[in-house]
Design a protein around this ligand. Structure first.
Ligand SMILES: *Cc1c(COP(=O)(O)O)cnc(C)c1O
Length: 495
């Protein structure tokens, strides 16, 4: 099975090459040429498997050049050995009669990025061997807060890799910042960029596609790779948890075989919800894919109108990991819905780069309408939703997850579609303790690590170990640069 670039279908690679490169040299995203289909009995037979076994089952269908034995070892290292503080790895919690939370934040950095970034380093280092690559992979990552820490934690001290993370100076929470600044490992670097996430991400993309820099790196024995969700090795492990959640509901007899389940996903880069679409394409009976935005609702507007317009005000919200105006993974969806028309995708992406907007064809619009619904939630409604879930259901949600709960509620009100729904829960509430405290009625809550303690006292819920342990960690990084200096920063890092 091959992967093709969304901007040039003749650029065809095996999985190991696609994963090692991250972004295609033509700027496109590697995407499977064909999708494996789950057989009739597959969901039934996966029902009684562990999360690791399910991961091997799904990933094996996409990765011809990896053996099942390799994948089994990777899944064990990524999801076993106490790496996650829930034995189910990605537990499904029932919140009310027909609503479930798929909790993806039981990993080492307390956000859903761990689901993919715990296994990506294994996929990548194996890829280097398969490709007989002798150079060291330099992972460059722009983060809206959670990816950076999860990537650092996944790649720290992994042989033949170095990782440098750029984060927007004022765009991440205190706990997120502290998590990154105290990162351990000999091969890691962390640097703040003056600007927002899109500035950092655009800077990284520029570095990637700069032939002179590539050349300079090559001479030093390095090449660029990516841990952002543009990398297929990020998207694939995310397909697993949608399959897994459906299997859990089957196993627990919450649904019958064939029943459809809606999913509602808090969305920024469109990576998480894209994986949900792919799970559905493989044959998991998912219903509506509901895209939940915060006040930066560029995706909601796009799904409703077919016009993607990034030329708008940028808001800093209490769900910072979704403060994104350029949604990279939407490109894979455009490729899919244009019937794999690389020229059409190129034209949309050129318009986005040059004019800041594009409008998709009626055919593409119709295909989005057929699969996706969308809604958004501002900070005030986010806080109200956290309060309501806590007082009503005794469920403590982080702000990102709350955005999705709110959007699901609005969706149900307007459509009367009361099918069971899975809300994808993307971060531990303790990662955003201050905002959660405020939402549940605490005036002038503490900040940073004190807030973690305060939230625990207030709710009687123990905080994740990795957050509690932060107070004993030394701050190792503190540099902030202008976005124009990012390339120099990279060269300095790889001296
Ligand atoms: C990254 C992130 C999101 C958005 O996920 P995308 O794949 O970018 O759509 C939502 N919530 C949290 C907590 C995140 O870290």
């Amino acid at each position: 099975m091959y992967y093709v670039s969304t901007r040039d279908k003749s650029n065809r690679r095996m999985a190991a090459e696609a994963i090692a490169q991250g972004l295609a040299a033509d700027g496109g995203l590697y995407t499977p040429e064909v999708f494996p289909k789950l057989s009739h009995n597959a969901l039934q037979s996966m029902k009684d498997m562990s999360y690791q076994q399910r991961a091997v089952y799904i990933m094996n269908a996409f990765l011809d050049d990896y053996s099942a034995a390799e994948l089994t070892a990777f899944a064990k290292r990524a999801y076993g050995d106490g790496k996650f503080d829930a034995k189910e790895v990605a537990p499904v919690r029932q919140v009310d009669q027909n609503t479930y939370a798929l909790e993806l934040w039981h990993g080492p950095t307390c956000a859903f990025k761990d689901m993919a970034l715990q296994i990506l380093p294994h996929l990548l280092t194996a890829a280097l061997k398969k490709n007989a690559e002798s150079r060291t992979a330099c992972i460059l990552t722009a983060t809206s807060g959670d990816t950076g820490k999860a990537a650092l934690e996944g790649f720290r001290d992994v042989a033949q890799t170095r990782i440098l993370v750029f984060y927007p100076q004022d765009g991440v929470s205190q706990v997120q910042k502290l998590q990154m600044l105290t990162q351990e490992g000999e091969n890691v670097g962390v640097c703040a960029v003056e600007g927002n996430f899109d500035d950092a991400q655009t800077g990284v993309k520029k570095i990637f596609s700069d032939p002179k820099l590539r050349q300079a790196l090559d001479e030093r024995g390095y090449f660029f790779s990516s841990a952002n969700s543009i990398n297929w090795g990020r998207v694939l492990p995310q397909i697993v948890y949608y399959v897994s959640a459906y299997c859990d509901l089957l196993r627990d007899e919450k649904i019958q075989p064939g029943d459809t389940v809606n999913v509602c996903v808090p969305t920024g880069n469109f990576g998480d919800i894209l994986a949900g679409y792919y799970a559905k394409k493989m044959g998991v009976p998912l219903g509506r894919l509901i895209c939940a935005s915060n006040k930066n609702k560029v995706l909601t507007d796009f799904i409703r109108t077919g016009i993607y317009d990034r030329d708008r005000e940028f808001y800093t919200t209490i769900s910072p990991s979704m403060d994104i105006l350029i949604s990279s993974n939407l490109e894979r969806m455009l490729f899919e819905f244009s019937g794999c028309n690389d020229a059409e995708v190129r034209s949309y992406m050129d318009q986005l780069a040059n004019q800041g907007r594009y409008e998709v064809s009626d055919a593409v619009k119709a295909r989005f309408a057929d699969q996706f619904s969308a809604g958004f939630c501002d900070d005030e409604d986010t806080r109200k939703t956290i309060a309501k879930l806590w007082s009503g259901e005794h469920y403590l949600a982080d702000p990102h997850t709350a955005v999705a709960f709110h959007v699901l509620e609005e969706y149900r009100k307007t459509t009367q579609d009361e099918r069971p729904a899975i809300v994808v829960s993307t971060a531990s509430p303790f990662k955003f303790s201050s905002d959660v405290l405020e939402a549940i009625g605490v005036k002038d809550p503490a900040e940073g690590l004190e807030a973690v303690e305060q939230l625990s006292e207030k709710t009687g819920i123990a905080p994740p170990h990795s957050l509690a342990a932060l107070r004993h960690r030394k701050v190792r990084f503190g540099q902030a640069i202008a976005k124009e200096q990012m390339a120099d920063q990279v060269l300095g890092f790889l001296k």
